[in-house]
Design a protein around this ligand. Structure first.
Ligand code: ZN
Length: 45
C-alpha cells in the first residue's frame, strides 16, 4: 500500500498502523494516505 511521508513527501511502502514505522528516507513517523481526495492524517506512535 502506498503512503506519503508528511515530511519529505515521498511515497513509501509501509503500514503506518503498525507501531514503530518510520520513513526510510527521513525517519519521520507522520504519513498520509496516498489517495486522491483523501487527506487523512495518520500518526504511528
Ligand atoms: Zn520521509
Amino acid at each position: 500500500m502506498g503512503y506519503r511521508c508528511g515530511r519529505c513527501k515521498k511515497v513509501v511502502n509501509i503500514d503506518p498502523t503498525l507501531v514503530g514505522q518510520r520513513c526510510p528516507l527521513c525517519n519521520s513517523r507522520t504519513f498520509y494516505k496516498e489517495r486522491i481526495g483523501i487527506a487523512k492524517h495518520m500518526k504511528s506512535e
